[in-house]
Write a protein that binds this ligand. Sequence first.
Ligand code: CDP
Length: 231
Amino acid sequence: MNSKIIIAIDGYSSSGKSTMARRLAKTIGYRYIDSGAMYRAVTLYAMEHGLIKPDGNVDAERLTEMLPEINVDFTLDGDRQFTTLNGRVVEDEIRSLEVSSHVSPVAAIPSVRHALVRMQRAMGEEKGIVMDGRDIGTVVFPQAEMKVFCNASPQKRAERRYEELREKGKDVSFDEVLANVVERDRIDTTRAESPLRCAPDAVKLDNSSMTIEEQNEWLLNLYNSIAGQQA
Ligand code: CDP
């Protein structure tokens, strides 16, 4: 009997979803998928193909035509997972503030969402997956056995993202990181196609004052109680 489940972790930008989702997957031997990385890779493709105009507008029609030529996947190197765009490792590039500033408009395009949701569902066919994003518990896997919705204050989330970018040697200011976090929240929650929402059956977590370890422990405890009921 396959007793593996689907774990959906959604929430606001920089709310610590990826960190705890990745850790849980490793601990319980599940596959981890960062759905945001997929939207980021499509955004990088659009930037590299001149589909994002200087005013920030995205050529949605052309991007839709080009979707069949875009292949986003993940490759493993030891313990680490890297996002690939048409076979090229783009893990570092997709985390730049430039990609962050264009990703939400790209992710609001219905054809882009449909293509990526199809790929995400295929990845979860055999269960045993932890996926994080914005619409995993509401649209991609509404039947997921475990759903978590994460939040923290915008200030706290921007602090975390700022530290992360600085540690990678990126020259960014705190104010621009905070502005990006707030703007992405706005676009992600107000878009017409699958906006960021908390699924009615998701367990909410505000981790503003939690350490990474406390957060990991909280998630593992939740998994153990849900997996225990499934067995
Ligand atoms: O890591 P961070 O919180 O900055 O964001 P991310 O998970 O890398 O996602 C980047 C962007 O992709 C989000 O701001 C959303 O606009 C979009 N996204 C989405 O629309 N649906 C998802 N399932 C995942 C990400």
